[in-house]
Design a protein around this ligand. Structure first.
Ligand code: GAL
Length: 738
């Protein structure tokens, strides 16, 4: 539902596991069970729990609806003790009318029984799954008090004519879904956009129906694009004479998107996709992270890592994440829940089909979404199911191509984009399979690589330097080949962040260490590879892939050092003496990296052998002749300081709000000390709390934690006192707004 008259009811909920006696007060998003960082039994959150809340509806003329944006995995809703409905599926929102169950001017109890077991009748379950799904009411809950007739959904279809990269003429063709329990009647529908107003009369029937509005010639507008993510708030009102029955405001972006065998074009410009897969899990609370954390993830992917696409592997993700992708110009490939397994059971298959429909109905208006993933990730061919999922997607949204992620060569091509997880690269010369080998088709088709690396080369942030380097190079090679060869629309690596998984996968500790960042979103070397592909005019990057020590690599070998950088050249100074000037052209690491916009630079030097004296190093990055960035390493690193980075210093007190605090233990030149394994003790003052344990150890020289507001609704201050086992203490002050 999309009415502007919705109210968040995330606060004042009470929760208990069904087996327990007493409820405790909680805020939503909520996880039914916080988990340890690792080595826990995933069965610990797979239980049934009870959530309840009181509401006080005042106006008996209104229709009352509840909307649950994400409840894992299924729930039964009761109002005042009466059963209303059961809903299955943890990733897709659901709204329920509860009008007839309510008593006015008194307390009404909403009771939600949440089943967080891995039910075989609901995708992705039925076999093994390489991710944990957690439990609880983990996304927002809204209350709608609406009139007899309201706008249930709107789709802003449009055509773009006469476009350039940034401007285009738009013919808007809105489709409005209206839910009416009154008699058939003529109403007005008014669309407001960019200071223009368009009103038309519409005969509204009883029941829930879609209405095609007349075309609206908007004229020339600024188009949405990756570097100019222009959004227009579009307001649609439903009016009975002058009375507003309902209204909905959605930010819409207009862009021309096309895929063909030569690639993806946005507003006529060819875009090579450089993306990563994102799982939505976080340490301790799993999926239950509110708006600000979702927004931050999109920012990390676009601004910090410089990507142009995120795949929401393997399910529809938070509306806040998608909204942010719209706002910052990050493309999205969204897909239905599932993992390798397709059940033969009717219920399961119907659910998968419904997932396609509901995903598109929820997310149709996001300009960032360029394709719908309508296959269960990496499943076998299933002509009946996938003909149906494609048909549903094309019917609701003829404007976007479908895709379906597979790992089997020559599998049936029913979609518009052939999407392949190609894990062929194992460090050797073979980087990607050719399109024709994978598809087995005679003609080229739109083709994208949707995963690579992952389990072929799991890499922890605290692994040996050489492994971290190879991890970065593998990402680099695949992105390079995908960028330079016409076979590929681009490549989406596995994956952005380390993620929680079942014991059938990962390192046995319930974590798959496949991210280019760890679960705290702290970079590994592979993240530097991505980051260094950004324009130097956005941010100069100079990351020598080394801890700079004599004995970290095999045989006391230090060089060659590979530097992820968008600079043109690097000066190297060892022990105070300039020993080399390295340009990119003359110092490419290997052919397979040449296709990158900024291939890493290879520094071939010697700094003596095992037994010789160890020195300081300084690396200076140049753009043209200008010195733009310097990175120094000490010879004798010792613990010198803690660097504390806070993502946001102002939080909302009204609702559950969070921010991340990263702490790094650093040496004399602010470089992380990767093998320092001290610990932190965390204390809070004021209306904030720590998510997870209050004592944490460094992992690979850094660690992060999230703090949360307590939802008291009052302005104030919170303080975090960080004490370290090194004797260094830090404080962080957070302002809390009402
Ligand atoms: C793929 C799968 C992903 C993840 C990855 C690990 O097969 O689609 O979900 O398991 O492997 O490399």
């Amino acid at each position: 539902m999309i009415s502007d008259f919705r109210k968040s009811i995330n606060h004042n909920w009470f929760f208990k596991p069904i087996e327990e006696e007493t409820y405790k007060k909680i805020q939503i998003p909520h996880t039914n069970q916080e988990v340890p960082y690792n080595y826990f039994d995933e069965k610990m959150y797979q239980f049934i729990s009870c959530y309840k809340r009181i509401i006080h509806p005042k106006d008996p003329s209104k229709r009352i609806f509840l909307q649950f944006d994400g409840v894992m995995t299924a729930f039964k809703l009761y109002v005042n003790g009466q059963f209303v409905e059961e809903y299955r599926g943890g990733y897709i929102p659901h709204f329920i009318e509860i009008t007839t169950y309510l008593q006015y001017d008194q307390e009404n109890e909403i009771y939600v029984e949440v089943d967080s077991t891995e039910r075989e009748d609901i995708p992705p379950f039925g076999h093994v799954v390489d991710y944990l799904t957690f439990g609880g009411i983990y996304r927002d809950v809204f209350l709608y008090e609406l009139k007899h007739c309201f706008i249930q959904n709107v789709q802003y279809h449009y055509q773009v004519k006469n476009f350039s990269k940034e401007k285009g003429t738009i013919v808007l063709k809105p489709k409005v879904q209206i839910n009416n329990i009154g008699q058939e009647k003529e109403y007005s529908i008014k669309v407001n956009i960019d200071h223009q107003e368009f009103t038309q009369k519409q005969q509204i029937k009883e029941g829930t129906h879609w209405y095609d509005l007349h075309e609206i010639l908007l004229g020339e507008v600024d188009l949405w694009g990756l570097d100019h993510p222009i959004l227009y708030p579009v307001q649609t009102q439903l009016l009975c004479q002058q009375e507003i029955l309902d209204q909905s405001t959605i930010k819409v972006g207009f862009r021309h998107a096309k895929v063909d065998p030569t690639g993806l074009y946005i507003n006529g410009e060819k875009i090579k996709i450089r993306g990563l897969n994102r799982h939505q899990s976080y340490p301790y609370v799993g999926y239950a992270m509110p708006k600000r954390a979702q927004i931050r993830d999109a920012d990390i992917l676009k601004e910090e890592l410089g990507l142009n696409l995120a795949r929401t592997s393997h399910y529809p993700q938070s509306p806040y994440f998608l909204q942010r992708c719209d706002e910052i110009g990050l493309l999205v490939m969204e897909e239905i829940p599932g993992w390798q397994h397709v059940s033969s059971k009717k219920e399961w298959r119907q659910q998968a089909l419904q997932d396609v429909e509901k995903m598109i109905l929820r997310d149709f208006n996001h300009p960032s979404i360029i394709t719908w993933g309508v296959r269960i990730n990496e499943s076998q061919d299933d002509e009946e199911l996938y003909k149906a999922t494609n048909a549903v997607a094309r019917k609701i949204d003829p404007s976007r191509p479908t895709c379906g992620v597979r790992c089997i060569e020559k599998s049936q091509f029913l979609e518009d984009i052939y999407s392949m997880n190609d894990f062929i690269h194992d460090g050797g010369e073979v980087i990607l399979r050719s399109q024709s080998k994978v598809t087995g088709l005679k003609k080229p088709v739109p083709y994208i690589v949707t995963e690579f690396c992952g389990h072929i080369f799991p890499t922890k942030k605290f692994d040996n330097e050489q492994r971290l380097v190879e991890h970065a190079l593998r990402h680099g090679r695949v992105q390079s080949i995908a960028r330079e060869q016409d076979d590929y629309m681009g490549a989406i690596g596995w994956c952005a962040f380390d993620y929680y998984t079942h014991y059938d996968f990962g390192s046995g500790d319930r974590i798959c260490y496949h991210g280019v960042m760890d679960m705290f979103r702290i970079p590994k070397y592979a993240a530097h590879l991505y980051k260094s592909q950004k324009s130097p005019y956005k941010e100069p990057v100079l990351e020598p892939l080394t801890w700079w020590s004599r004995g970290e690599r095999n045989k006391g070998q230090v060089f060659p050092i590979y530097v992820c950088t968008n600079c043109d050249a690097i000066d190297v100074i060892l022990g105070g003496k300039k020993v080399g000037h390295f340009t990119r052209e003359e110092n490419i690491i290997e052919e397979n990296l040449k296709g990158l916009e900024y291939p890493p630079i290879k520094l071939s030097l010697s700094n003596g052998d095992w037994g010789s004296k160890w020195t300081e190093a300084e690396f200076i990055g140049y753009i043209g002749n200008e010195k733009v960035i310097v990175k120094k390493f000490v010879a004798n690193p010792v613990v010198t300081d803690l660097i504390v980075q806070v993502d946001d210093s102002i939080l909302n007190g009204f609702e559950l709000d969070v921010t991340r605090i990263v702490v790094k233990v650093v040496d004399q030149y602010d470089n992380v000390l990767p093998y320092s394994n001290g610990f932190l003790t965390l204390e809070t003052q004021g209306d904030i709390d720590i998510i997870g344990p209050k004592q944490v150890t460094f992992i690979g020289g850094s660690i992060a934690f999230w703090i949360k507001t307590l939802g008291k609704g009052i302005a104030g201050k919170g303080q975090v006192n960080i004490k370290s086992s090194f004797g260094i203490e830090k404080q962080v002050v957070i302002q809390i707004q009402e």
